[in-house]
Design a protein around this ligand. Structure first.
Ligand code: HGY
Ligand code: MN
Ligand code: MN
Length: 422
């Protein structure tokens, strides 16, 4: 495909329209510091989805939802029956999230399709803008449930029994969500019940400091590092804090500390490539003067090297069990995503489009996981990163400028035009 930019297509991408839509979305779940707390399968999530659908239907796009709640806005191509090109991301946020993680890729997909239609750029193939269910895993762990089910990576009922902090089951929250959206057309669940997409491209903020630090406009994402999530329960016995000798205790808190200390040793990496995070902890009975009888904590472990992801990840349970003095532990693996490399087709198209538009780009892997990684076995896949201020994300201070976001969307529009005519 020539490097020629369809000048009217690039010009049709509206920086202002896109920014205004992002700011409208940011009002839904706004928290202090310009942040957003919009968990999946909530009334706020449905409000945001209705707004997205309204913007799409105003363009003539058609909305549909699959049994995991993945939401699609479809732009028809000139040749019916061809597999669609898919673009999009997620609309759910972290509890103390920002205004751009996920939602930028959904709004960018809409903006790119609107620009294609306004510029009169015909596409042989349909283009579908998707909002994946529960990418973040903040309310219901793990993340990427919608894209994993769509890709046949796990059966759709896999996560039904998982509860949020209010003891609401994912399966019940999903059933309620689908009932609230009963008026939206249903569609088969991804490749489980239908054909594979022709290609997938996701625009996303980098969520790291590299692009900004090197004054670059576009990240040509080459792949995504591996991630493994575990839930750990340390079971002890509740006792009186004042009368029970320490030697007689089965203190779940003390053994949890021993386990996490031992995991820190397992995960030590002087090169600072490995990512090991314990960020969620629940203590029961959670009373100052009762020895804890149950501690639950999360593990998020990531690395770009498959051998490390396997070796260190497989050692986690044994290290925990060996660290305990008086309690027992139950360890479950909740999420297993091996490192993925995108085949060259989409990254090459992204790099070509950036160059044609005079944008400085860099090929780079993603430290964050994304729904894109589950599209890799289905079709040519790629991502487009835009810089974010100080590399901050999963934080209300997350920020990308209107022109930076628009540059990503202009590259997306050109890549979609190319893929939808291939
Ligand atoms: O955790 C992640 O990597 C993604 O931002 N949800
Ligand atoms: Mn994201
Ligand atoms: Mn995120």
């Amino acid at each position: 495909m020539a490097d020629v930019v369809a000048p009217n297509l690039v010009a049709a991408v509206s920086e202002l329209r896109q920014w205004e839509r992002l700011m409208e979305m940011a009002k839904l779940g706004a928290i202090p510091g310009d942040g957003v707390n919009r968990a999946c399968l909530t009334p706020l999530d449905r409000q945001a989805r209705r707004m997205f659908i309204a913007w799409g239907e105003a363009l003539g796009l058609t909305a549909s939802v699959d049994r995991l709640g993945n939401l699609f806005l479809r732009h028809e191509g000139s040749e019916a029956g061809l597999a669609p090109v898919l673009t999009g991301s997620h609309m759910d946020s972290q509890p103390k999230g920002g205004r751009f993680d996920g939602i930028y890729g959904v709004i960018a997909g809409l903006e790119a399709v609107q620009a294609l239609r306004e510029a009169g750029v015909a596409t042989r193939r349909p283009i579908e803008v998707v909002a994946w269910t529960n990418e973040e895993g903040g309310r219901f762990a793990p993340g990427c449930m919608g894209s994993m089910a769509y890709a046949g990576f796990a059966p759709p009922g896999t996560w039904d029994a998982i509860e949020d902090t209010q003891a609401v089951r994912f399966g019940d929250a999903l059933a309620e969500h689908l009932a609230e959206e009963a008026d939206i057309a249903r569609r088969p669940l991804g490749v489980v019940e239908g054909p594979a997409p022709h290609a997938y491209v996701e625009a996303h903020i980098e969520q790291g400091p590299i692009l900004e630090g090197r004054d670059l406009d576009i990240g040509v994402v080459t792949g995504i590092q591996g991630s493994r999530w575990f839930s750990v329960e340390i079971h002890g016995r509740s006792d009186h804090a004042g009368t029970t000798p320490v030697s007689m205790r089965q203190d779940a808190m003390q053994d949890a500390i021993r386990a996490i200390t031992a995991l820190n040793a397992l995960m030590r990496d002087p090169s600072d490539v490995l990512r090991f995070t314990v960020a969620r902890m629940e203590v029961f009975p959670n009373s100052s003067n009762s020895v804890a009888d149950l501690v639950r904590f999360s593990i998020d472990f990531r690395h770009p090297d498959r051998a490390v992801v396997l070796a260190r990840g497989n050692a986690i349970e044994g290290v925990i069990q060996s660290a305990l003095l008086h309690c027992t532990a139950v360890v479950h693996e909740r999420f297993t995503a091996m490192p993925t490399q995108f085949q060259p087709l989409v990254p090459d198209a992204v790099e070509r489009a950036a160059r044609a538009q005079g944008l400085a780009s860099l090929r780079m892997p993603s430290g964050a996981f994304h729904d894109a990684q589950f599209m890799v076995p289905l079709c040519p896949t790629g991502m487009i990163f835009v810089p974010c201020r100080d590399g901050i994300s999963h934080n209300p201070a997350e920020y990308s400028a209107p022109d930076q976001l628009a540059a990503g969307t202009r590259v997306l529009a050109q890549v979609l035009a190319e893929l939808a005519n291939s």
